[in-house]
Design a protein around this ligand. Structure first.
Ligand SMILES: Cc1cc2nc3c(=O)[nH]c(=O)nc-3n(C[C@H](O)[C@H](O)[C@H](O)COP(=O)(O)O)c2cc1C
Length: 346
């Protein structure tokens, strides 16, 4: 079986990146993927928003934009899965090619532009699932909308009842103007609109931010997050910065993810943790490709982590490997649980 998957990996690696992604989704949909059969050890469990997750390793948004395979991804061993970004209306996204592997840098540049089948299709898919694992939905605005906040409110109303949490994506670099919603005034209005749609009780709301923010912008965002009483922040989306890169695709336009994003996104995570009270959960994302990387984000203040790009290079066996390495890191430093390690080196 392992040989079969190694061959499949080799085959996918030779294809154009987006074609390979489409094939992977189809294989997952038809059950042609390995399963992580063992239960996670209790020391990996994490409690957030009154829910218990078997482990803190999540699939980041963008892999399963239309919520076609969340249960299959949970079966790979992820502790939770985030689907989306979903917009109210279907949209094609940017012209291809728009997804580039930077193999020498263990990175990806994408300028997909929220290609997705719209909120009704995502709602149908989510409604059909068996509901045995934590699945979040990530929402955004259509490129051509005349009212961005109304787009978020509409997707929220439609999708929140079908998910365990909702992520408000204001940080994709591939929809012109979208990141402007991270500005204090607009962000306050957006989060006020969403908390109003949510009413009392209801689903946790998380804000996903860019890594390209200065200290002043982080101050503003932290203030709005606290005032809006939302439950968490995801740090971070892809970067528009271009640190030194070796690959020929380095100058493609779009968001950079993977290894070169690890340090800058972890630094922003640390800075956000210092600005927010402990009851606001942080999810650390950006360049995680090992248990050590996940552990570093947790020490910097993340209760949970997510990844995407490393999966492109290491395949589905990565999830089990990360969990084993993470357990070893905890044991080495004398922590008996993830909870004990969160923010220990903030
Ligand atoms: C091909 C691709 C598509 C993505 N699409 C989305 C998206 O639709 N919404 C979103 O919030 N983030 C999206 N992301 C960003 C990831 O969720 C994640 O924040 C980022 O890639 C950093 O994590 P990584 O280095 O582990 O990939 C995408 C990333 C990639 C590589």
């Amino acid at each position: 079986m392992a040989v079969w998957y190694a061959l499949a990996d080799l085959f996918l690696a030779r294809l154009d990146a987006e074609t390979a992604h489409g094939l992977a989704i189809r294989a997952l949909k038809s059950g042609l993927m390995p399963r992580d059969r063992g239960a996670d050890p209790p020391s990996l469990a994490v409690k957030v928003w009154g829910r218990s997750l078997p482990n803190p390793i999540g699939l980041a948004a963008g892999f399963d934009k239309d919520a076609r395979v969340p249960d299959a991804m949970l079966k790979l061993g992820f502790g939770f899965v985030e689907c989306g970004t979903v917009t109210p209306k279907p949209q094609a996204g940017n012209p291809r090619p728009r997804l580039f592997r930077l193999r020498e840098d263990r990175a990806v540049i994408n300028r997909m532009g929220f290609n997705n089948r719209g909120m009704d299709e995502a709602a149908r898919n989510l409604a059909q699932r068996r509901k045995n694992g934590i699945v979040g939905i990530n929402i955004g605005a259509n490129k051509e909308t005349s009212d961005r906040i109304a787009d978020y409110a509409q997707s929220f109303a439609r999708l929140a009842p079908l998910a365990d949490y909702v992520t408000v994506n204001v940080s994709s670099p591939n929809t012109p103007g979208l990141r402007g919603l991270q500005n204090k005034e607009e962000l306050s209005q957006l989060l006020a609109a969403l908390t109003q749609v949510r009413g009392g009780g209801g689903h946790p709301i998380l804000l996903k931010i860019a890594p390209d923010l200065d200290a002043h912008a982080l101050d503003d965002i932290a203030q709005v997050v606290i005032a809006s009483r939302i439950e968490g922040v995801i740090v971070s989306n892809t970067t528009i910065a271009r640190p030194p890169l070796k690959s020929g695709h380095a100058s493609e336009a779009g968001g950079l993810s993977g290894k070169p994003l690890f340090q800058p996104s972890t630094e922003i995570l640390r800075q956000m943790r210092a600005r927010l009270p402990q009851d606001i959960v942080l999810i650390g994302v950006g360049g995680i490709s090992s248990g050590r990387d996940a552990y570093e984000k947790i020490l910097a203040g993340a209760s949970l982590v997510q990844l995407y790009t490393a999966l492109v290079y290491q395949g589905p066996s990565l999830v089990g490997r990360i969990k084993r390495d993470l357990l070893a890191c905890l044991a080495r430093d004398g922590f008996t649980s993830i909870a004990a390690a969160i923010g220990a080196r903030g």
